[in-house]
Design a protein around this ligand. Structure first.
Ligand SMILES: [Zn+2]
Length: 67
């Protein structure tokens, strides 16, 4: 499984995951607060991100992280 090992290494540390957009499901708590879930196309693990409201930046989305 050399290929799988190589692709997992791409997401090690704080590197960006590649969310599968078709699989994203969103849970909204308010107009700005929410969570989104999907899986990473590269490492194939479940990942999630959060959103919240910031007075200066508006709605902010965190980076995708493994659950
Ligand atoms: Zn990944």
């Amino acid at each position: 499984m050399t290929t799988l090992y190589k692709s997992k290494a791409l997401c090690v540390g704080d590197k960006f995951h590649t969310p599968n957009k078709q699989a994203i499901s969103v849970v909204a708590y308010s107009f700005a607060d929410g969570e989104a879930y999907t899986f990473c196309e590269v490492c194939e693990q479940n990942i999630s991100q959060f959103s919240f409201y910031d007075e200066d930046r508006g709605i902010v989305y965190t980076k995708w992280e493994i659950e």
